[in-house]
Design a protein around this ligand. Structure first.
Ligand SMILES: Nc1ncnc2c1ncn2[C@@H]1O[C@H](COP(=O)(O)OP(=O)(O)OP(=O)(O)O)[C@@H](O)[C@H]1O
Length: 851
């Protein structure tokens, strides 16, 4: 029987719960991205070769010197087993075809059409031939085509032809970790493919790498994290040359896209600098003009991207929208109406995981008896199942397989379902609630009717904009306040002693930084240069620094991704304020069982240890110690060595050779690395004005992003609202073609337009937004609640944003939902009021309390 435990003391419990929530998140991150794990120690690995999959007794052979750095996030790719013979390879892959005298593409040769047939297709679809010929001519290309238009062929065919000419590799970077294995097995048999992602064991990864080294793989699929994060790929010299790199979902590269992923920016850098990639193919189904030109810039595509391909929503899709009071009942009515009742492959998208479970159960109960199987012949056995990222991967795979095989009629899912799904005969896609953007709507409906046959899409919009409130929460969750930005800037640019040597003439402000200035869209660069005038000529050429992730996240009350995004902005700025390096473990603890004498002796054969001890001596004069703890990155910076070399030198202290036999043996020394940290290089001689400029720039960017996201939401809501029926009644029998076309036009115009021209004011400037109440009607009550909330937790130092977040039900690292969500008096209480108005009131009340 379970025993009940009673805990006294709210403060203690909150702290414990907070810690627990944080640990859970940390562990999950570790599973997904290879980072975020607990302290990595050599204790958990084999004593002989430091691998994690066996103990010393079963060790196949002692580690080589190169293996000794197999600790921490970077060196996850040791090569413990004999490497097969690598065929002699050309270091670079030349384009297959050369351009004409005026730079035009060659006429498509017969071998390209033969390869197309070999891949199972008779003719090219629109956009494919040009993209394929550009890649085969070595020209970087951005291809924007709707979902299901056949983008994958544009890397498959060139990969096949390049590999036919000489052994080489095509890299495909894709965020679809869950589907990667399926994607690999779905490739045509003439293309040998493999994948590397963080869900693989070290052994699996090593076996893939061996095949690659032996040039047995034509296409290598990778997640961005697997490329730039933990482990990465071995040096380019150990791999076949890369013909070209394909970036799937390339819109993630743009900071203006609905789905910016900072990690993607490092992908291009790593591919260029580490893998020597010159030719890129970017693929996306959802890029506005602004996003597309930003992505093109990153991929170094010279021309303006062509957005005049097929319309974002194919003609065979029939779109409709309704605003029903009782959405659950309306959904049941719609599915039993003439238009939907015979359709036997339906996806229903919900914004919340709980809803997927609830709706699936509702459909199982209410639809099972009423359902009339379609004429397709395959009658699904199950009516409805839920699918979301919170389910275990086995269960998700089971649901997906059942749907793909036609055994399941309806999948009720979050957006986690359907990415990369290639079932041609999905007959309907329904949305229960407003999608977060036009992009995600287009992507979702694009899963239907890929076979060209008619398919139906319906959206249930909540009439009072209730779903808008939920979506706005996500926007505010990503935002931050000025103080947090300032704290981050202080941590990133601490003063260094290099400034002492700056000549006085230069301190006055000779113009122009010496660091290289990255290429930037002219309009953007101009805008940025107004915000950040060129600073004085740098004396300090930059220091390597480590910002421990956990500590920084807690200190700034900002999620890791938000911090990474801000760091990316600084790297992208025309002044190139910093350089982001791969995350690393920064804290090192070295323990000598032989006591201080052994430590001193080791320092004689290990320069990093000698430097470290020398740096520590003034604090600990005369006192011998058998262990030492230090910041690796600081040490590396002071020595001017490479981080990997220092780590390797330290790890080697754990081994020496038996003097007589020369056999390797353990010294008993223990080297532990911990504290995963952002790793960067930044100058330490910034003036106070420069730091202020940087803060202004970052905060301006955060605000602009928030404004842009809110404006996008508003526009999405208004577009669907403008074509919505008051109830689903008129959509039961047949679609309304006029409204469907009107919606398609609105979507087409959105992707065609230059974005960012919208009035940028926050919601309050124009009165309450849809789904919001007027602040004046609530002000007294809100003030009263804020005061009560603050008085209940006098020990906490809330910021006004933290208070507003709690009233909107937004968790943050310091104030997680698991803790604060328990107090229902405040959590989510004012979701119907403007977030910024709440911040304003909270500021006034906090000032009042402080007086
Ligand atoms: N030239 C072609 N002729 C006929 N069918 C094709 C052609 N090119 C691709 N296809 C088919 O079109 C389907 C969709 O292709 P693919 O998965 O590459 O689309 P996509 O644009 O990548 O979609 P998504 O954006 O959803 O990933 C596949 O079944 C593929 O075999």
């Amino acid at each position: 029987m379970k025993q009940k435990h009673y805990v006294r003391g709210r403060a203690l419990r909150s702290r414990l719960l907070r810690k627990q929530a944080w640990k859970q998140k940390w562990r999950k991150k570790g599973e997904c991205f290879g980072g975020g794990g607990a302290t990595v120690t050599t204790k958990e690995s084999c004593f002989l070769n430091e691998q994690f999959d066996h103990w010393a007794a079963q060790c196949p052979r002692p580690a080589s010197e190169e293996d000794t750095d197999a600790v921490g996030p970077e060196p996850l790719v040791p090569s413990p087993q004999p490497v097969p013979e690598v065929p002699s390879l050309d270091p670079t892959v030349l384009p297959l075809y050369s351009l004409g005298p005026s730079g035009q593409l060659a006429e498509t040769p017969a071998e390209v059409f033969q390869a197309l047939e070999q891949l199972g297709h008779q003719a090219f679809r629109p956009g494919q031939e040009r993209a394929v010929m550009r890649i085969l001519s070595g020209i970087s290309t951005l291809l924007v085509l709707p979902t299901g238009a056949g983008k994958s062929l544009c890397y498959q065919l060139p990969a096949l032809l390049y590999s036919r000419r000489s052994p080489c590799l095509t890299l495909v970077v894709s965020p679809l970790l869950s589907l990667m294995d399926d994607q690999v097995s779905g490739l045509p048999p003439c293309l040998k493919a493999a994948c590397i992602h963080s869900g693989m064991t070290r052994k699996q990864r090593e076996s893939v790498l061996q095949k690659i080294r032996a040039a047995q793989v034509h296409v290598l699929m990778l997640t961005p994290e697997a490329l730039v994060g933990a482990g990465g790929l071995p040096p380019a010299a150990q791999l076949p040359p890369v013909a070209f790199a394909c970036i799937d979902e390339a819109h993630c590269l743009s900071q203006w896209s609905h789905n910016f992923r900072p990690c993607y920016l490092r992908v291009c850098k790593v591919l260029r600098e580490r893998m020597g990639v010159h030719c890129f193919l970017g693929l996306t189904a959802t890029a506005t003009r602004r996003t597309a030109s930003d992505v093109a810039q990153h991929l170094a595509v010279a021309e303006e991207p062509d957005l005049h391909g097929p319309a974002p929503v194919p003609t065979n899709l029939h779109l409709s929208v309704s605003m029903d009071r009782d959405t659950d009942q309306a959904l049941l009515t719609l599915l039993q109406g003439k238009r939907f009742q015979n359709l036997d492959s339906i996806i229903i998208y919900c914004n919340r995981r709980e809803d997927t479970e609830r709706i699936a159960a509702l459909l199982r109960t209410c639809l099972h008896a009423a359902w009339v199987p379609g004429s397709g012949g395959r009658a699904p056995k199950t009516t409805a199942e839920a699918y979301h990222a919170g389910m275990c991967s086995r269960e998700r795979r089971r649901v997906q397989r059942a749907f793909m095989q036609g055994q399941l009629r309806v999948v009720v899912a979050t957006v986690a379902f359907g990415m990369g799904l290639d079932r041609p005969d999905v007959r309907a896609v329904l949305h229960l609630g407003l999608p977060p953007s036009f992009e995600s709507y287009v992507q979702a409906v694009g899963r239907a009717g890929r076979d060209g046959q008619p398919a139906h899409c319906h959206l249930f919009l909540q009439p009072q904009g209730e779903d808008l409130r939920e979506l706005r929460r996500h926007v505010h969750a990503d935002s931050t306040d000025f103080l947090a930005v300032k704290r981050l800037v202080q941590r990133v640019f601490p003063a260094c002693t290099c400034t002492c040597t700056r000549p006085p003439s230069e301190q006055e402000g000779a113009v122009g930084g010496e660091r290289p200035v990255p290429k930037y869209p002219p309009q953007e660069a101009e805008q940025l240069s107004h915000q950040a005038a060129p600073g004085p000529r740098r004396v300090c050429m930059g220091h390597e620094r480590a910002l421990p992730i956990q500590l920084t996240v807690q200190a700034l009350d900002m999620p890791e991704e938000a911090i990474e995004t801000l760091l990316c902005y600084l790297e992208l700025h025309p002044h190139h304020w910093l350089e982001l390096l791969a995350t690393t473990y920064t804290h090192c603890r070295l323990n000598c069982p032989g006591g201080p004498a052994q430590l001193q002796a080791l320092a004689h054969r290990c320069p990093p240890l000698a430097v470290c001890l020398a740096q520590q001596l003034p604090e600990d004069p005369g006192q011998g110690s058998s262990s030492v703890e230090f910041d690796m990155v600081k040490l590396v910076d002071s020595m001017g060595w490479e981080l990997a070399s220092v780590r390797r030198a330290l790890c080697q202290l754990q081994w020496d050779h038996e003097p007589r036999t020369g056999v390797r043996r353990g010294t008993g020394v223990l080297v532990e690395f911990s504290e995963l940290a952002f790793h960067l290089r930044s100058p330490g001689d910034l003036t106070a004005e420069e730091k202020d400029q940087i803060c202004d720039f970052l905060y301006g960017r955060v605000q602009a992003r928030e404004r842009q996201a809110l404006a996008r939401l508003r526009r999405t809501f208004q577009a669907f609202h403008s074509v919505a029926f008051p109830s689903c009644g008129p959509c039961l029998e047949q679609q309304d073609e006029e409204r469907s076309t009107r919606l398609k036009d609105l979507l087409g115009r959105y992707f065609e337009e230059e974005e960012g021209q919208e009035p940028g004011g926050m919601e309050d400037a124009q009165g309450p937004e849809p789904g919001q109440a007027r602040l004046q009607d609530w002000e007294d009550q809100v003030r009263c609640d804020i005061r009560q909330f603050l008085s209940l937790r006098p020990e906490e130092k809330f910021s006004s944003r933290a208070v507003a977040r709690i009233f909107h039900g937004i968790g943050s690292p310091c104030y997680p939902a698991q803790v604060y969500g328990q107090d229902r008096r405040f959590w989510r209480k004012y979701l119907h009021l403007s977030f910024h108005a709440l911040v304003g009131l909270a500021t006034e009340e906090l000032l009042q309390v402080a007086r």
